[in-house]
Design a protein around this ligand. Structure first.
Ligand SMILES: [Zn+2]
Length: 460
């Protein structure tokens, strides 16, 4: 089966070119201006941009809540990813209480195999870093699960010795540590203070997680990663000072920076005192001030920030978020964004006059490189999977919860006007989104075994 996409403008992390693109057996066969006209299917991309499919390296599916319910799963959320221009997701699978990492992966895998509308891989959130769990790393890495999330705060926090021990083993085997960097002690101290004063509304979530807490933990994570000589990605960095701490430390050990759309387009004005709707924005780290948001753009412009991920959690306001009605510390942390990440970042970057190659690097190419998917994913080149977004730069639309595909009953981006939108999405050469509608088949998404940075020769 041959497909020809004609007359589009192809944009990669390094160049723009007006060319035709031939797809054969799900892969990009050739790109050029004179590649003939023979194909079973022809797609006209006149006046459209062609991007590599988005890679969202930080999403959470089926997150357990305190009442036994779970957040939205692969069925609705991977379809939402597809509609939004994302063709590969990396899900943070929680190591369940009393289970091995492998058993937890098996549980996620059994769901994804029948439900996933886009390709997927897994990281593990390590909750029990005992000797048995550490021994599992050696088996998981060759099976394509090469990155592991280590929490420094919240219920899942590991202490410094546990972090160091885990990082040492990752370093030995070429794995990547992804850290949630916040200082658990500062947060617990402030939460207790709030509790004593009966300050339990969601506004105080934001008050309990200051910049200092994030940046202290970033510093400590770097110290630990350097001690263990372990490659690390600092997840969801929310502020420029944090970015600078990391860039200043990068020389000897590879340390990567992830940020998220919400830190770049929203700010702490969402945190109204006395309003429970603030619970929609209970995420960690929290949104920062308007000034901090503006400063964070420096890290986008100067290329210090490597990747942008959604940190998607498909929670509902009417159910999940209400669990913290009496006490903000019980509000599930996180919000939905898998569907909006791609276009939101396209819109925000073009509005600020930032080059589209930078956009591609942040949302597809660099995530593919850091997480061992490159060059199969993350670029448009002969031999790569034909994961493509045909994008209409003139399409104007508004983000609303009512019209989104993702299951949540709200979006943090309600009412934002977008210029530019997804027209078609191809996953390994098959059209899975057409005119904004999902036209694929759940289960079309495949598990992608990932390489380590080392097997990629450390090239990022
Ligand atoms: Zn997360």
């Amino acid at each position: 089966m041959k497909k020809l996409i004609r007359n589009g403008t192809i944009i990669t992390a390094s160049e723009y070119c007006r060319a035709d693109l031939l797809i054969e057996d799900g892969k990009i066969a050739c790109i050029g201006t004179n590649i003939g006209d023979e194909a079973d299917v022809k797609i006209d991309a006149q006046d459209k941009l062609i991007f590599p499919g988005g890679i969202d390296a930080h999403v959470h599916m089926n997150v357990p809540c305190s009442d036994g319910s779970v957040s939205a799963g692969y069925d609705t959320e991977t379809m939402a990813a597809a509609i939004g221009g994302t063709t590969t997701i990396l899900d943070y699978v929680l190591q369940e209480y009393g289970k091995s990492m492998q058993e937890s992966i098996d549980g996620a895998s059994a769901l994804a195999v029948n439900q996933a509308a886009v390709d997927y891989g897994f990281h593990v959130i390590v909750t029990n870093p005992d000797a048995q769990t550490i021994a599992e790393i050696e088996d998981l890495i060759p099976s394509g699960i090469t990155s592991f999330k280590l929490f420094m705060a919240n219920d899942l926090a590991l202490d410094d010795q546990q972090l160091l021990k885990f990082m040492e083993e990752l370093a030995r085997l070429g794995g990547l540590a992804c850290v949630h960097a916040e200082n658990g002690a500062i947060i617990a101290y402030l939460q207790n203070k709030h509790r004593q004063k009966k300050q339990l509304e969601p506004y105080y979530h934001f008050q309990s997680r200051p910049l200092s807490s994030e940046n202290e933990a970033i510093n400590r994570a770097i110290t630990l990663a350097k001690t263990a000589d372990c490659a690390m990605l600092v997840a969801h960095v929310s502020n420029l000072e944090g970015v600078k701490i990391i860039t200043g430390a990068r020389a000897s050990t590879p340390i990567y920076i992830e940020s998220c759309p919400h830190y770049l387009v929203l700010d702490d004005e969402e945190y109204g005192q006395g309003e429970f709707t603030t619970a929609k924005y209970v995420i960690s780290p929290p949104l920062r001030s308007k000034e901090e948001k503006e400063k964070l753009w420096v890290g986008i412009k100067n290329k210090a920030i490597d990747i942008i991920s959604s940190d998607h959690n498909g929670f509902n306001y009417a159910t999940h978020k209400q669990l913290g009605k009496e006490d903000y510390t019980r509000i599930p942390n996180g919000g939905p964004g898998i569907e909006q990440r791609f276009t939101l970042m396209y819109h925000a970057l073009t509005e600020r006059g930032i080059d589209l190659s930078r956009f591609v690097d942040l949302i597809a190419t660099k995530p593919a490189k850091i997480f061992g998917l490159f060059p199969q994913k993350g670029t448009i080149a002969p031999g790569s999977d034909a994961d493509l977004v045909i994008f209409d730069p003139e399409l104007e639309w508004t983000i609303t919860a009512k019209e989104q595909q993702q299951a949540s009953d709200y979006t943090p981006y309600e009412g934002l006007r977008m210029k530019g939108g997804v027209a078609k999405v191809l996953l390994r050469g098959e059209v899975i989104v057409d005119a904004g509608k999902y036209v694929g088949k759940p289960g079309d998404g495949k598990f992608i075994a990932r390489q380590t940075l080392r097997s990629q020769n450390g090239k990022v």
